[in-house]
Structures are given as structure tokens and as C-alpha cells.
Design a binder for this molecule. Sequence first.
Ligand SMILES: *[C@@H]1O[C@H](CO)[C@@H](O)[C@H](O)[C@H]1NC(C)=O
Ligand SMILES: *[C@@H]1O[C@H](CO)[C@@H](O)[C@H](O)[C@H]1NC(C)=O
Ligand SMILES: *[C@@H]1O[C@H](CO)[C@@H](O)[C@H](O)[C@H]1NC(C)=O
Ligand SMILES: *[C@@H]1O[C@H](CO)[C@@H](O)[C@H](O)[C@H]1NC(C)=O
Length: 261
Amino acid sequence: MGRCRGGLFGVALLATTIGFAARAQPRQVNGVLGGSVLLSPLLPRNKTVKEIEWSFSAGAGATIQVAEFGPGGFKRPDPKDRFKERLEMFNATALKIRALERGDSGVYGARIKLHPALVEDQSFNLSVYEPLPEPGIRSWLLSKSPAWCHLLLECHLPSRTGGTVAWMRGWGEPGGVRVRALCGGVLQVGVQPGSPNTTLTCRAWRALEERRRSIHLASVCWNGGDGVRPGRWTVVAAGMLLAAYAARLEFPKVPPWHRPQ
Ligand SMILES: *[C@@H]1O[C@H](CO)[C@@H](O)[C@H](O)[C@H]1NC(C)=O
Ligand SMILES: *[C@@H]1O[C@H](CO)[C@@H](O)[C@H](O)[C@H]1NC(C)=O
Ligand SMILES: *[C@@H]1O[C@H](CO)[C@@H](O)[C@H](O)[C@H]1NC(C)=O
Ligand SMILES: *[C@@H]1O[C@H](CO)[C@@H](O)[C@H](O)[C@H]1NC(C)=O
């Protein structure tokens, strides 16, 4: 109900301001520690910008004004604030923040004054992340016989990294390797001794960053390389995990009315 009304109000506002985007929610912007970001407000086409005031607030802290784009060009009301020399006027409307620090994460407001007397507020939610680390690969040896070696592989990023991982589909037809994707970056693989190419690659990405890591299955199976040599309980745990995945993936769901009471 409240949502509905908000929507109607939004439409009315849109109509009176000729395609002007009223944005209540801050736009999400991601930056990497040490890198730079551009905060670029969306502007209505036919309007002339007179002035933009930029503010910053982090969490519960006070909101400070950090920059002003006006008739007199670029101004920094308090050049001694946390940004020092790291703010730039990229062009007439976009603010650039260089050498990002963790503490730069927060909400940046842009109060845009347009000709003749319109005021538009837009905001950006900047999250500054550590550079994306290389993904980690964990392996569990499930079983090994002269004919096959079965492994469970997991590709992962440290929690709070905020990225995504996936095994690359590029394995094509590597003879003697069977791959089955379970969920959440977990693969079940079977490898035959003497397979020509037993390299699998995991890709991790977040916005424009990407890292890859490969694992050589043959060396995990037969040379005791890379892989974690599992203790007995690790194997049991991995087997249980696998059974759980298999149950979820393979068996058709029994409709509730067929379940024994
Ligand atoms: C906006 O600009 C277009 C051309 O770019 C023009 O045809 C139109 O009349 C303008 N609208 C207003 C409200 O000024
Ligand atoms: C400023 O730069 C941004 C990013 O390149 C661009 O989207 C925006 O249109 C530019 N603004 C002006 C006024 O040129
Ligand atoms: C800003 O983004 C962070 C990380 O995504 C989120 O935790 C936070 O709630 C956001 N803040 C606002 C005001 O949207
Ligand atoms: C092995 O397979 C991977 C994935 O398909 C590929 O990227 C790699 O180039 C192959 N290596 C060799 C030596 O064929």
C-alpha cells in the first residue's frame, strides 16, 4: 500500500520534472583499496547545472561537505578533511576519488542545483574492498583405485570478499576426466591415470576484477601434490557432503502426499 502510493508520487514527480530521475536509494559503487572511483550523477538532458555540492557520511558519523563544483570551479571547503588531495573534479559533473582507503566507504551525496531553480539530490554508496584475492581450492580424495581416482573439489573466496566463483566450463573433452558440478563452487571429479590433461580452472570475479586458479588433478591423485591429504574423518565428512548433494540433485522429489506418514 505504502509502496503503491510512493510509486504514484514518483510518477507524478517524474512527470513534472521531465524525465528527471528521483533517486531515493543510493547507487552502489565499488572500489578497490588504492584504486580510484568516479561518482557521476545522472542528469536530465535539457537542464544546465549551476552547482553541485558533494557530501560524505560514514555510518553514524556526521555528514561533511567535501567538495563544490560551481561557477568558480572546484572548491574544497575543508582541505584538511580525510580526503586531502585525493578528490578531483573529473568533469563538470563527476567527482573522482583517488588512492581509495577503507574509511572512504560510505554514502556520498550530490546536491545538484539546476537552472533556473531546481534542486536534485542523488547519492552513491561506495564500498571499498581489498583487491580480489586468488581463489582457494580445497580438495578431498574420496576414493582411489588403479582405474579411477575420485575427488571432491571446492573453489572459494574468503568470506566478506564479496565476489563470485565458478569452475570454468572450458574443460571440453579432456579424455579420462569426468566432471560433475554440484552447487556452491563444488565439483565432483573422476580421473583416470594417464589422462592427457587434468587441469581444471576456477575463476573468481567481482565487478571488473578477475582472478583464476588451476588445479592439476593428476598430481593430487598420484603425486600427493597440491591436494590436502585427507584424514579418515575428512573423507567421511566429504562422503556425507557428497551424499547430501547427490540426494538433492539426483533423486526426483517425492510429492508430499506420497511420503509415508
Ligand atoms: C529538450 O531538448 C530538445 C532537443 O535537444 C528539444 O527538442 C526540447 O524542446 C527540449 N525540451 C525542453 C523542455 O526544453
Ligand atoms: C563526466 O564523465 C562521466 C563519466 O565519463 C560521464 O558519464 C558524464 O556524462 C560526464 N559529464 C559531463 C558533463 O561531461
Ligand atoms: C551500502 O553498501 C553496503 C555494502 O553493500 C551495505 O552494507 C549498506 O547497507 C549500504 N548502505 C546504504 C545506505 O545503502
Ligand atoms: C588443459 O585444459 C585446460 C582447460 O580446458 C586448458 O586451459 C589448458 O590449456 C590445457 N592444457 C594443455 C597442456 O592442453
